[in-house]
Design a protein. Sequence first.
Length: 145
Amino acid sequence: MTEQIIREAIADKERQRDRVDDANRFGRVEGAIAVQRTLFDAAIKRFDELLATAVDADDLKEMKRELEALVNTELANVCAQQSKEILGEVRNLFTEQKITMAKDQLAQSHALLEANASTRKEIIRYGIGFALTVMASLAVIWLTK
């Protein structure tokens, strides 16, 4: 009974830890998005300032390429970070599954060992009973001669 309560308490603590990890991860992602927004807003402001001045078509194309390169780089960084976090979560899930399977296998092995011990005790008990029966029969035969 207490083992079940302990398991439930551990599972509850793990769920709480997972919720905190999710909140932290979302906070980091929101921070990264805020940084990206700031960079993007700064690039747009720079773009607008440059547009306000006399800019020719070649300059606009160059600025557009720079802006696209910056956005692509930052998107790749965010995607890579999220991919690493997702991969870490998947690894954690596999590890938890392996631990659960190992615990189940250990419990099954323990149950088999207990069953073997119980069977051994029964065989010994029946063997002793049989031996006593044979000895009693021999004693009766010997005494009746």
